[in-house]
Design a protein around this ligand. Structure first.
Ligand SMILES: Cc1cc2nc3c(=O)[nH]c(=O)nc-3n(C[C@H](O)[C@H](O)[C@H](O)COP(=O)(O)OP(=O)(O)OC[C@H]3O[C@@H](n4cnc5c(N)ncnc54)[C@H](O)[C@@H]3O)c2cc1C
Length: 375
């Protein structure tokens, strides 16, 4: 016997889960989001640059009301070997990608703000509790077990991120492969806003994305990234897990090596380290999107592998947001006939495959394949 019943339960309060929850709450659905972090975003390591086109569908004035850091007005890439960077150039332009404004964001602030919007819209949030398992009856997902309680719902949305253990247990996806998974390590370094502006020649509110291409032939296996926030710098590296046997350098040292690059050292000089974190991130972009629905269940965001990450472009947030919105719409539609079987939810799979998610992942993969010597 269930302790409580909802129209939809969402596992994970990242961008995918929160946006799905917002759309469902807006439609008057009884929706519950369960997030294991003490607050939404508290466990997130995103760099990062958010392309805002998808979230503006639900918050048209997002850039004015949400806690964004700086508008990214300059995107550049460099080659990186040892403690040297060279050939700094504008970021490659991939023809056909969805155009979007972009802002640097800090997820602890953004996700927390979004969770407040969900609650204001009537959605229910539980934070600081892990969903331990799913309730499955005759092959259909009917709810979750969390904090010792059984909570039932017509449908469960798995928005649990790259470590999608519940989706794996259901057989909806396999664990991410070492060659298509990176470990990301990031520091957030505090500096005065005017110092960041002066050192990077930025006006107030303007921001920079700087990507560093590790030269594998020369033994530099990590790629790096630098984003300007309002009064902090996010600086980090990504390292493909299957490359582990090719180098003796530890990931911590790779980040130290980036900090020792004179051009980078000059930017962060005198800054105070305020955060250090590490997380996995999908690499590449699936050429074929996997199965996204089962009976009573949908997969969104990183849990579904919806990421375009090729070094010169790291995009998961806008794809996660879009997938959350599309999943919520499919649930609302399925509610009209009361059919929450895989067949009743199949519109979500089609919607993702017809969306910018699939086309942008494909275009980035094609660009990378045709630029084998680098970006
Ligand atoms: C180093 C790094 C840099 C990145 N840079 C960028 C960037 O610049 N731009 C960009 O667009 N993307 C970037 N990404 C990718 C981006 O962070 C992800 O694609 C995006 O966060 C996916 O959102 P999501 O909601 O699917 O998953 P997440 O944001 O990972 O959210 C999943 C949530 O589920 C919760 N959870 C998991 N399991 C459970 C459970 N059993 N019970 C309850 N809660 C659970 C987690 O605590 C988490 O809050 C970067 C990623 C990394 C690691």
């Amino acid at each position: 016997m269930a302790d409580e019943r909802f129209d939809a339960i969402i596992v994970g309060g990242g961008l995918a889960g929160l946006c799905a929850g917002y759309v469902l709450a807006e439609a008057g659905k009884e929706v519950l989001i369960v997030e294991r972090g003490n607050t939404c975003g508290s466990k997130n390591v995103t760099g990062g640059k958010l392309c805002t086109h998808s979230i503006e569908q639900i918050f048209p004035d997002f850039c004015d009301i949400a806690p964004v850091e700086r508008e990214i007005i300059k995107e550049q890439v460099s080659d990186w070997v040892g403690t040297e960077v060279n050939s700094t150039r504008p970021a490659p332009e991939v023809e056909g990608l969805t155009p979007s404004k972009a802002y640097s964001v800090i997820r602890a602030k953004l996700d927390n703000w979004l969770s407040e919007q969900v609650e204001e819209m009537g959605g229910m949030m539980i934070q600081g509790i892990l969903v331990d398992d799913l309730i499955v009856n005759e092959g259909k997902v009917c709810g979750v077990i969390a904090g010792g309680d059984e909570l039932e719902a017509d449908v469960v949305i798995l928005a649990e991120g790259i470590n999608a253990l519940l989706a794996e247990r259901l057989g909806l996806r396999s664990p991410p492969a070492a060659e298509s998974t990176c470990v990301g390590v990031k520091e957030v370094i505090q500096l005065r806003e005017d110092i960041i502006n002066e050192r990077l020649d930025l006006a107030a509110g303007e921001g920079l994305e700087w990507m560093f291409r590790g030269n594998r032939e020369a033994g530099s296996y990590a790629d790096g990234f630098l984003y300007t926030n309002q009064d902090t710098i996010s600086l980090g590296i990504e390292f493909t897990i299957s490359d582990i046997g090719l180098t003796e350098e530890g990931v911590g040292n790779m980040l130290e090596r980036l900090k020792d690059v004179p051009e980078v050292a000059a930017i962060i000089d005198g800054g105070e380290l305020v955060e250090y974190s590490a997380h996995m991130v999908h690499k590449g972009g699936a050429e074929v999107i996997g199965n996204l629905v089962g009976d009573g269940v949908l997969l969104v965001g990183d849990a579904a592998g919806l990421v375009a990450n090729f070094g010169f472009v790291v995009r998961g947030m806008d794809l996660a947001i879009e997938s959350g919105i599309l999943a919520a719409r499919a649930v609302i539609e399925a509610g009209e006939s009361g059919d929450f079987s895989a067949a009743g939810l199949a519109g979500y799979q089609t919607a993702v495959e017809n969306s910018f998610i699939a086309s942008d992942m494909r275009l980035c993969a094609e660009y990378t394949a045709s630029h084998k010597t680098g970006w």
